[in-house]
Design a protein around this ligand. Sequence first.
Ligand SMILES: NC(=O)c1ccc[n+]([C@@H]2O[C@H](COP(=O)([O-])OP(=O)(O)OC[C@H]3O[C@@H](n4cnc5c(N)ncnc54)[C@H](OP(=O)(O)O)[C@@H]3O)[C@@H](O)[C@H]2O)c1
Length: 253
Amino acid sequence: MLSISILGTGNLAKHLFDAFLKAKGINVVQVVGRNKEALAQFSEHCTISQDFTTIADTDVYLMAVKDDAIAEVSKYLSHKKGVVAHTSGAIGLEAIQAVNKGVFYPLQTFTKGKPVSFQYIPICIEAQSKQSLEILITLGHSISENVHHIDSEQRKKLHLAAVFVNNFTNYLYDVGESLCLDEGLSFDLLKPLILETAEKVQRLSPKEAQTGPARRNDSESMEAHLELLNNEEHRTLYKLLSQAIKKRHEEEL
Ligand SMILES: NC(=O)c1ccc[n+]([C@@H]2O[C@H](COP(=O)([O-])OP(=O)(O)OC[C@H]3O[C@@H](n4cnc5c(N)ncnc54)[C@H](OP(=O)(O)O)[C@@H]3O)[C@@H](O)[C@H]2O)c1
């Protein structure tokens, strides 16, 4: 049985808590966080505390706090024997000030109040020692079939890649929605296209899956699109992305 504490009461802390509560061989001993109201939701199944100086002794401490607070929170755990792991894609192992450092990064976008199954979510693990690595891998396997040993440099690049495929794509959905609303059209009209685009890259490489006026270098269509765009930021984005797509496919044109 692995005992764990969760530090933080936010979005990821709640999703991890729910997953570990159902996991075999894992005992969630304590949740520690600053926010009394947020802490209350964990009180039925484990002990809770607002005081970071009274953290229970457990095998693993998962710091699901905002990236900038990782170093500060780890100071409260500097004397602990268990593995002290953060859950961030962007922060290195060295930010942790503890004896047994580790990373437990679930590569997914989590939404408050939207239940999620961890079964296929990649869990990216890193640790300073072999023993800590094994403990975190066991913890990862308790909730997911998709556990990987990934070092800090690799993880930072992976996180950057995730920003491109998730955050930037989602911003482009936002642009698409505003263009639809300008014409009194529903964003729902674009949803089958969004699903098919995501589905296609499960089978094809993104390069193979690319379509559209920039890939075909249909200059008249691109000029017409630019005339329709009156938001300067959207025009800049359109030109930049079309240029990048054209360059990526120039050998085929
Ligand atoms: N959300 C995702 O999709 C996702 C995915 C993968 C990894 N992660 C990682 O998970 C971590 C937590 O992200 P999140 O989305 O759960 O953020 P969140 O919902 O904003 O929660 C942040 C938590 O950090 C606590 N916190 C902030 N500053 C603190 C400090 N100085 N001392 C103690 N606690 C502090 C907050 O407490 P208060 O409520 O008191 O401010 C809150 O409990 C981050 O490292 C993030 O990179 C997130």
